[in-house]
Design a protein around this ligand. Structure first.
Ligand code: PEP
Ligand code: MN
Length: 263
C-alpha cells in the first residue's frame, strides 16, 4: 500500500486543515514537552508568529531513564488542545501505549509514533485504526525497508494518512546525538507516495546544527520539518540542548523561504 508502484501521485495528508505533502513546506514547531500552560502558550505564539503552521509538544514522553520527566499525560493533552485552539494551530503529539490511543486521538489532530515504538506492532495496529493522521518516526536503528513496512502496518489497518519522519539513526559517530540520514529523503520519495518530513532536532541533538540541517533537508526535497523550540531552552525539562531559541527559529524561517521556493 505504501509503494509508489501502486500509487503514482503523491499523497497529501490533511492535518486539521494544514497539508503535509504537495507544494508547500509544512513546518511543525514547539517544545519537546508540554510543561505548563504559560510555557506552551508563549512558545507556540512565537513559532506561529514566525510562520509555523502546526504545533508539537509531548504529553507522554519516552525517556531513556525511568527517572526522567515522563510528561503530564491527560493534563498535558488538555493544555495542548487548549493552546492549539487558542492560536488556531493543529497539534501533533506522541502516543506510546495502545491504552492511550483513544484519548490522544480525541485531543490531537495527528498522532506521533516515536522512534522507540516504530516496531511496536500492537501500537501500529491501534493507531492505524484510530482515524487520525499519523506521524511515523524512523526507529533508532531501523532500515528504510523496516520503516516503510511499519508504515504498511498503519495503512493495512485502514489509515492512508501517514507522514514519514526521518529523525536520525544510530551510527558509530558519537559527536552528534544521532546521524541525520538525508539520503533517506530522496530515496524514500522514489519508493513511496507518502510525504516525508525531517526532524533535525533529534537528528543532531545540538541547537546550532538545527538551522543548517533544516535548510539541507528542505533542499533534499523534504515535505516538511518538525523542530523543537522552547521559550527558554536553558530551563527545558527535556531536550533543551537541541531546542531553538524563538529568535533562532524566526531567523530559520526567513532562511527557509528561498530554499523551499527553489525546490
Ligand atoms: C520527540 O519528538 O520528542 C521524540 C521523543 O522523538 P523521537 O521518538 O524521534 O526520539
Ligand atoms: Mn524531544
Amino acid at each position: 500500500l505504501v509503494s509508489r508502484e501502486l500509487q503514482a501521485h503523491d499523497t497529501v495528508v490533511d492535518v486539521g486543515g494544514v497539508s503535509v505533502g504537495g507544494d508547500r513546506l509544512a513546518v511543525i514547531a514547539g517544545p519537546c514537552a508540554v510543561e505548563s500552560v504559560d510555557q506552551l502558550h508563549e512558545t507556540a505564539s512565537a513559532v506561529k508568529a514566525a510562520g509555523a503552521t502546526m504545533l508539537r509538544a509531548g504529553a507522554y514522553k519516552p525517556r531513556t531513564s525511568p527517572y526522567g520527566f515522563s510528561g503530564h499525560g491527560l493534563e498535558g493533552l488538555r493544555i495542548l488542545r487548549e493552546v492549539g485552539d487558542d492560536l488556531g494551530l493543529p497539534v501533533v503529539t506522541e502516543v506510546m501505549d495502545t491504552a492511550d490511543v483513544a484519548v490522544v486521538a480525541e485531543a490531537a489532530d495527528c498522532l506521533q509514533i516515536g522512534a522507540r515504538n516504530m516496531q511496536n506492532f500492537a501500537l501500529l495496529r491501534a493507531v492505524g485504526a484510530a482515524g487520525r493522521p499519523v506521524l511515523l518516526k524512523r526507529g533508532l536503528s531501523a532500515t528504510i525497508q523496516e520503516w516503510l513496512l511499519a508504515a504498511e502496518y498503519l495503512m493495512a489497518a485502514g489509515n492512508a494518512q501517514v507522514i514519514l519522519c526521518e529523525r536520525g539513526i544510530r551510527t558509530f559517530e558519537p559527536a552528534t546525538r544521532n546521524t541525520l540520514d538525508l539520503n533517506a529523503v530522496p530515496y524514500v520519495k522514489g519508493k513511496t507516495h507518502l510525504p516525508i518530513i525531517v526532524d533535525p532536532s533529534h537528528g543532531t541533538g545540538i541547537r546550532d546544527l538545527v538551522p543548517p540541517m533544516s535548510l539541507a533537508a528542505t533542499a533534499a526535497g523534504a515535505d516538511g520539518l518538525i523542530v523543537e523550540v522552547h521559550r527558554d531552552p536553558a530551563v527545558a525539562v527535556s531536550d533543551g540542548a537541541q531546542s531553538l531559541y524563538p529568535a533562532q527559529f524566526e531567523k530559520l524561517m526567513s532562511a527557509l523561504a528561498p530554499v523551499a521556493a527553489a525546490v
